[in-house]
Design a protein around this ligand. Sequence first.
Ligand code: NAD
Length: 353
Amino acid sequence: MKKFDYMAKYGYEQLIYFYDKETGLKGITAIHDTTLGPALGGTRLWNYATEEEAAEDALRLARGMTYKNAAAGLNIGGGKTVLIGDATKVKSEAYFRALGRYVQSLNGRYITAEDVNTSVEDMDYVMMETDYVVGLRKTSGDPSPFTALGVYVGIKASCKEKFGSDSVKGLTVAVQGVGHVGYYVVKHLVEEGANVIISDINQANIDKVTSDFKVKVVKADEIYSVDCDVYTPCALGATINDETIPQLKCKIVAGSANNVLKEARHGEILQEKGILYAPDYVINAGGVINVYQEMLGYDINEATNKVNSIYDKLLEVYKIAREEKISTSIAADRMAEKRIAKMKNVRSNYIKR
Ligand code: NAD
């Protein structure tokens, strides 16, 4: 990848490499766009095969955060850090404190949080060295219940758009993956009177759900073809693909899984088949909305109200898609881009504060 060409094409601001010789910390931070505010995005620890792969991931994920944060109506831009290493070997207090010092050196242009293979406990070490970390145990806590609430209200908005009513009572919802997010999604749905079908590959997670709620369980590969109104992917990405789309009997795809469309064209195929797709980064923004609240002074009621607004955001996306005759994923991108462009314009004059 020619990085400067790529950065120019997609409007990146900065790409930073850092290395700590004592701990072996090797990382890359990408800052995509800070029009709306400091770049916020978690730190991912992954055993990348090459440095190139790590840099590409940082760039791609940072841009994704710009769209997610903008679409959620937050005053933050998009960024991401990736650390190159084996999560079972490299972690230590010194390692994460070294990360904290690099984050601090950016002087607030980038704010980090936990992500794949980094935990809230790791962020406690990061916090010892920087003011620019969120998603901490002592404040916003576990983001999953907030992500799940956003998914639940997002399912309701999607039902409103597709069926004319936002009630899920009596509807059948198939939830793939009942881990941190899926468990709470099931809870909300069952409490409102939906018929819920679940699948998971982890028996302990299935047992937890079946002991708490009345749901039907199917085998992992059967979830795509069950008779249902809504398919709610809360496990892996890329589950909407050429193999699964022909099996779907649902009218709505709405869940927390990131990058649920294997390729962008799968969004168009869903649309052609009359299946409404809730764009992943709009419906799963509850977690980032919750951690963002830490920057303003954490208030759980305020965070909850903002997560509930995912309902209106999705209706807005669906309206854009209808009016402009485009897929809902493209409509979500347009909504995010429009907000960034408007705010750029608002800030075009000099005001002394
Ligand atoms: P998790 O690991 O706690 O849960 C995922 C569950 O999916 C696990 O129970 C796992 O066994 C199950 N699973 C894996 N493969 C499966 C398969 N083939 N079929 C059925 N089940 C399978 O993860 P999570 O935190 O609940 O996140 C779920 C998804 O939502 C992920 O894609 C994540 O990126 C996304 N997401 C999570 C959050 C959050 O706040 N946790 C925020 C935004 C997006």
